[in-house]
Design a protein. Structure first.
Length: 445
């Protein structure tokens, strides 16, 4: 209780923005959101940094720089050259992987090539769609619902297993939504700080915030009775940035400042704590017996969950903060602050290529139905084909940063649904229904 009281008092302290030239004043609880998300004086790189521009400056100065940037004049030509080079690299990488896979895994490590959705989806593996079906579905993917209830940034999403999903926000509220109609079913209240992370497992919703890790019992999809909640012991050591459940072992993993914690979901006791990184652990993903972590310290690490004696592999990339990670399709993916997504072979653990397309930070990655989905500070969501390692669709419509992204294959007939949360306070549901449903809808109309 004293820790929560102190945290609440600290959250209300009056502070000033630390970015040069900004006169913003507010509470400490809102400082990080302002400095990294809305401050006009926050430091950004040129949108042509991939092309070679080294400019870095205040966000408010970016339009003026772009108007005189020499790379802006040649952007169309450079884009075509970059796409041609990317295509050649992808072909080389794929041929290399085919040769490597024919010789078996390296060092006894291998991530199964599957369509598992491993980023916090509580209802298990996502069916893998064949290549032709994936392309066809993505071509029909469009926004079906846009919902506004939260009063601040939507920070996290989690999928339930009975036709609903959850959203969290800096406004401290957690909302439960009907997946089909997108109707609001319930609002979980009682959080004292911004909610940064959500995960769902076995009729229980888990939420992480500043100084608190909580479990919420979800009795029914219709919420005929109010959910009860309980706090994890020692769950308030630091801010929880991400949560990932492991239903097989009845465990919950949390990413914190420098550490990864493993929790027993039944007793709410901390099983172990790994001093994993030198900065914030922004993202976690697991598949089989391996856990992948991405951090502000510029590394992605792979951990063997059977031993937990230290990382079995550490990936480093120059001048990159890793904000998101995912695994699937035979690859490990790491989304960076530079707007690129780095790709490593899950078999050889060697770097394969860099996915370029986003202009700013890749804050979210999700592997759904055999597709890689990325959400960025450039307000867009991109869908990537993991076989060709190329972008096959860009979803637009949000008016601010993409902070949350989840997805699922709708049913055994193979529909696709993505859910995104943004700094514009909205939740968007994107769907490509199964062909049977599409034909039925056309006949009814």
């Amino acid at each position: 209780m004293p820790n929560l009281l102190i945290a609440s008092m600290v959250s209300e302290l009056r502070v000033s923005c630390r970015n040069n030239g900004c006169g913003w004043k507010g509470t400490y609880g809102h400082l990080e959101e302002h400095e990294k998300g809305s401050c006009p004086h926050r430091q950004v790189q040129c949108i042509h940094q991939v092309g070679g521009c080294k400019w870095r400056g205040a966000f408010c100065e970016l339009p003026q720089h772009v108007s005189v940037c020499p790379f802006e004049v040649f952007k169309d030509y450079m884009k075509s050259v970059a796409e041609e080079i990317q295509g050649l690299k992808s072909q080389i990488a794929l041929l290399t992987l085919q040769l490597q896979r024919s010789g078996g895994p390296v060092s006894g490590l291998s991530l199964k090539k599957s369509g598992d959705s491993i980023l916090g989806v509580g209802h298990g593996a996502s069916p893998r769609l064949d290549a032709a079906k994936r392309i066809e579905l993505v071509s029909r993917l469009e926004c079906k619902h846009t919902k506004v209830h939260h009063t601040r940034n939507v920070t996290s999403l989690a999928l339930g297993d009975r036709g609903f999903f959850f959203s969290a926000s800096h406004d401290k509220a957690i909302c439960m939504w009907d997946s089909e109609t997108c109707d609001l079913k319930h609002v979980f209240s009682g959080n004292k700080d911004s909610v940064w992370a959500l995960a769902y497992m076995d009729n229980t919703l888990y939420s992480g915030s500043e100084g608190a890790l909580r479990a919420w019992n979800v009795p029914t999809a219709l919420m005929t009775s109010a959910p009860s909640s309980s706090a994890f012991r020692n769950g308030g050591d630091s801010k929880t940035y991400c949560l990932v459940p492991d239903p097989r072992a009845q465990l919950l993993f949390s990413g914190n400042y420098k550490t990864i914690c493993m929790w027993d979901k039944n007793t709410h006791e901390r099983v172990t704590q790994l001093v994993a990184h030198d900065d914030c652990v922004w993202s976690l993903a697991w598949q089989e017996d391996l856990l992948v972590s991405g951090s502000d310290d510029g590394t992605v690490k792979i951990w063997d969950l059977r031993k937990l004696e230290g990382p079995v592999k550490t990936f480093e990339f120059a001048d990159s903060r890793f904000l998101s990670v995912a695994a699937g399709g035979g690859y490990i993916f790491g989304g960076t602050q530079s707007g690129q997504t780095q790709v490593w072979s899950a078999t050889t653990l060697e770097h394969v290529t860099s996915l370029r397309g986003h202009q700013w930070d890749v804050w979210q990655l999700a592997f759904v139905g055999g597709l890689l989905c990325s959400g960025s500070y450039d307000h867009t969501i991109k869908i990537w084909d993991p076989e060709s390692l190329t972008c096959i669709k860009t979803l637009t419509g949000h008016r601010s940063n993409i902070y949350a992204l989840k997805g699922e294959v709708l049913d055994k007939k193979g529909g696709l649904r993505l859910i995104s949360g943004s700094g514009d306070k909205t939740i968007k549901v994107w769907e490509a229904p199964p062909e049977e449903h599409r034909a039925s809808s056309s006949q009814n109309s």
